[in-house]
Design a protein around this ligand. Structure first.
Ligand code: ACO
Length: 191
C-alpha cells in the first residue's frame, strides 16, 4: 500500500513495531515532528486496518489508530523499502495482544487465563503467497519469544489456518465456546 508521504522516513526498518503511543521505534525529533509522525502513522494503520477488514469480509476494521490507543497491543508493519520510487510501501500488518480468555482444554477442563493472541493479520493482495506473511510471523515469534502453538487466534480465516498448517504443523484444533482458536499443545507446560 502506497502513501503520498515518505513511508521509509517514518518506518525505516523492514519490520517496524508500533504500540499505543504511535511513536515509531527510532523516532528522533521535536513536538511538531512527533505530531506529524503520529498523523502519518495513524493514516497507515487506518488504511491497512480497512484493507485487512475488506480481505476478511468484515464490515468494520479490527485495527485502527484509535483502537490501538488504550491497549497493550503490538502491531508489526512490514515495509518494502524499495517500492514506490524508494518512498517505500506498507505490505503487511500483524497485530498481537493479551486477552483474558475462558478456554476448554483437550479433556474438556475449563481454564481462565491471560493468553497472547493473534488479533489481525494481513498481507496486501498483490503480495500474498510469496512468503512475506511468514517473514512477519517469524519476526513476531522471535520478538515475543513465543512458540506458535502458544498463541490463541481470533477468528482465523481459511487462508490463515492453511498458513499455520503449512509452516507450523498446526491443524488439531481444540473446540471452544468463543471465536478463538487454539491448537493441541496450547495448554502443555513450557513457553
Ligand atoms: N488460499 C489458500 N491459502 C492461502 C492463500 C490463499 N489465497 N494465501 C495464503 N495462504 C496460506 C497457504 O497455506 C499458503 O501456502 P501455499 O501457497 O503453499 O498454499 C501460505 O498461506 C502462504 O504463506 P505466506 O506467503 O507466508 O503468507 P501470505 O504472505 O500470503 O500471508 C495471510 C498470509 C496474512 C493469511 C494472507 O494470505 C492474507 O492477508 N489473507 C487475507 C486476510 C486474512 O485472511 N487474514 C487472516 C485473518 S484471521 C486473523 O487475523 C486473526
Amino acid at each position: 500500500m502506497e502513501f503520498k508521504f515518505n513511508v521509509n522516513k517514518l518506518l525505516p526498518r523492514k519490520i517496524n513495531k508500533v504500540t499505543h503511543n504511535l511513536v515509531p521505534e527510532d523516532f528522533k525529533g521535536d513536538r511538531r515532528e512527533l505530531n506529524e509522525c503520529q498523523r502519518m502513522l495513524s493514516r497507515i494503520l487506518d488504511d491497512m486496518g480497512e484493507a485487512s477488514a475488506r480481505a476478511q469480509g468484515l464490515n468494520k476494521p479490527i485495527t485502527s489508530a484509535l483502537k490501538l490507543r488504550d491497549t497493550d497491543h503490538t502491531i508489526y508493519l512490514l515495509v518494502d523499502n524499495e517500492a514506490n520510487n524508494e518512498l517505500g510501501s506498507v505490505v503487511g500488518l500483524l497485530k498481537t495482544g493479551s486477552k483474558n480468555l475462558f478456554l476448554f482444554g483437550e479433556t474438556g477442563k475449563h481454564y481462565q487465563l491471560q493468553a497472547r493472541c493473534i488479533l489481525d493479520f494481513y498481507v496486501h493482495e498483490l503480495r500474498q503467497r510469496m512468503g512475506l506473511g511468514n517473514i512477519l510471523y517469524q519476526h513476531m515469534l522471535s520478538e515475543e519469544n513465543i512458540r506458535p502453538v502458544k498463541l490463541a487466534i481470533d477468528r482465523p480465516s481459511e487462508k490463515f489456518l492453511g498458513f499455520l498448517h503449512k509452516y507450523y504443523g498446526l491443524s488439531k484444533i481444540i473446540p471452544q465456546n468463543n471465536k478463538f482458536v487454539v491448537f493441541e499443545g496450547f495448554f502443555d507446560d513450557g513457553t
